[in-house]
Design a protein around this ligand. Structure first.
Ligand SMILES: [Zn+2]
Length: 188
């Protein structure tokens, strides 16, 4: 495999417990001032599932891991891992290693600056309203099964007019779900 991007590596054992993260992980976690803040200190020894939000995403990852373990082939997934001021496009390469363990390579393949999106800030006061965000592409569901990029979604839902932004729950948009299922079914 070619290592053309900085690669953040973590590994899970056959019980999905994280047992290794690469030295640059802390830097990645520090830069990720988004929703899923984690540091190397508190990830080792914990189940991968502590860091996967929402039932649909969990189901999807379970399907991917099972396919990787059963077929002994790697899978590459594309997703977004934004911080408030940056759109970050990542690829995640998931591949089988010895003893049913799995190695993950997370690579930032592109970043774009944008005006800071307060909705994504950690530690701000939020209302009891809920909106759903796709874990993979970070689009927001603006009405049932209609998903929009975060900036237009904020306008459409008039989130800036609210005193406090809503809470965010995580799911998967139809597009990402279908793309990943297609990928898993076509591992060769
Ligand atoms: Zn999506």
């Amino acid at each position: 495999m070619k290592k053309q991007y900085e690669t953040y590596i973590y590994k899970i054992d056959n019980n999905d417990i994280i047992y290794m993260v690469s030295d640059n992980w802390q830097k990645f976690a520090d830069e990720n001032n988004g929703l899923d803040n984690t540091s190397s200190r508190n990830v080792i020894g914990r189940p991968l599932w502590d860091f996967v939000s929402g039932p649909e995403t969990t189901h999807l990852y379970q399907t991917v891991l099972k396919a990787v373990r059963d077929r002994k082939r790697k899978v590459k997934l594309l997703f977004r891992c934004d911080s408030p001021g940056t759109r970050r496009y990542l690829q995640l390469i998931v591949f089988p290693i010895e003893n049913n363990c799995i190695e993950f390579w997370s690579q930032i393949i592109k970043t774009e600056s944008r005006g800071s999106v307060d909705l994504l800030r950690n530690g701000i006061e939020r209302s009891n309203d809920m909106i759903k965000m796709c874990s993979m592409c970070k689009k927001i569901e603006i009405q049932e099964n209609v998903w929009e990029e975060i900036e237009p979604a904020i306008n459409r839902l008039k989130l800036l007019e609210m005193e406090h932004p809503p809470k965010i729950s995580h799911g998967l948009c139809t597009c990402c779900f279908n793309a990943i299922m297609h990928k898993v079914e076509n591992i060769n």
